[in-house]
Design a protein around this ligand. Structure first.
Ligand code: KG4
Ligand code: ZN
Length: 325
């Protein structure tokens, strides 16, 4: 079994996964949304203190698996360095006390493998990663060792733009679910926001202009919150759809996946489903409860890394707030 730990942002999570069967035997997560809500975003220092309380609490419940643990996996990049450190320190201690190797896992690869929890993986996959920290198009070849970046955002990420709009509207954190819910009651014809980079041929993303357009609209004090939420969400998703259409015309994937916390957005899933019909590809997404940060996805990557002997000694494992493919 592999014990995996995730603490890259505001979720403390630990999982235990059986290596051969890929079965998740234990999985628990303590989220800090309430604590960060009043600040409209994650406060790193507060997040790291909360991990320090939550992780040992969860670990206590996983103790019965200790005799069967063959490796400890932990997210070591990318993320907030102060919160990554909490998980990494726990992994180092466990590695010494259980006398097992450590597997340092890239959080973004974790999101990709959230598609394959308790399942066999799919190769030759194009991926849209939409989370609080990232908006990327990636391509994966045979496995996690063959990942390349096709496109990224030049400023804010997709999820982050939902968080910032929610903050401006006084709706708390995280913004994604609350904006999506509010948008259901909104009328998109009341206000039209620009679709970012609509006339640019380049395949890249940008959300700062759209965010500013929302700021200006809120300042006018003549629009309902639900109408702003609906129109913002429409433009934010249309931006992704337009860029994907451009990309698919030159490079149509056989398998296309959407992963990351914001892949829970149902309107985004609907639009991607339309694209999958138009361009005839197989669309994959994680189960809803595995979209946001969790240790089960880290454990799933770690199974592959364990089989390849991709270990790190505890004195060499470092944290990185950013990564490049
Ligand atoms: O992957 P994740 O849990 O953490 C990071 O790795 O960043 O993603 C969290 C992000 C937050 O920005 C949150 O607002 C966004 O995902 N999110 C959504 C939805 N649910 C979560 N964004 C849009 N629509 C949603 N339904
Ligand atoms: Zn994430």
């Amino acid at each position: 079994m592999i014990l995996s730990i995730e603490s890259s942002c505001d979720d403390s999570s630990i999982a235990v996964t059986e290596i051969e069967s890929r079965k998740v035997l234990f999985h628990k997560k303590i989220s800090q949304e309430l604590e960060h809500s009043q600040y409209g975003g994650v406060v790193p220092e507060l997040a790291s203190r909360l991990h320090l309380e939550a992780l040992p609490k969860i670990l206590e419940e996983a103790k019965e698996f200790f005799p069967n643990i063959k490796a400890v996996a932990v997210t070591n990049a990318p993320g907030l360095s102060v919160t990554l450190n909490e998980g990494v320190m726990m992994a180092k201690c466990l590695s010494i006390s259980l006398n097992v190797p450590i597997i340092g896992v890239n959080h973004l690869i974790g999101h990709i493998y959230s598609l394959f929890i308790e399942k066999e993986s799919v190769d030759n996959l194009m991926i849209l990663l939409v989370s609080g920290g990232h908006t990327k198009i990636l391509k994966m070849g045979a496995d996690y060792r063959e990942i390349e970046e096709v496109a990224s955002t030049t400023d804010d990420s997709f999820g982050e733009s939902f968080d910032k709009v929610a903050k401006m509207l006084g709706l708390g954190y995280p913004g994604g679910p609350v904006i999506e819910e509010l948008a259901k009651r909104g009328d998109v014809s009341k206000i039209e926001f620009p679709i970012p980079l609509r006339h640019s041929k380049e395949i890249k993303f940008s959300y700062s202009g759209l965010k500013n357009a929302v700021r200006v609209a809120i300042a006018k004090e003549c629009y309902k919150k639900e109408d702003i939420a609906a129109s913002f969400q429409k433009s934010a998703i249309e931006h992704i759809v337009m860029k994907l259409k451009k990309l698919f015309k030159i490079d149509t994937p056989k398998h296309f996946a959407v992963v990351g916390g914001a892949s829970a957005n149902l309107l985004l899933r609907e639009e991607l489903a339309k694209l999958s019909k138009d361009f005839n590809f197989n669309l994959l997404y994680p189960e809803l409860h595995y979209c946001s940060d969790n240790a089960a996805m880290i454990g799933r990557v770690a199974i592959e890394m364990y089989k390849n002997g991709d270990f790190t000694t505890f004195d060499k494992l470092k944290v990185f707030s950013r990564v490049q493919f």
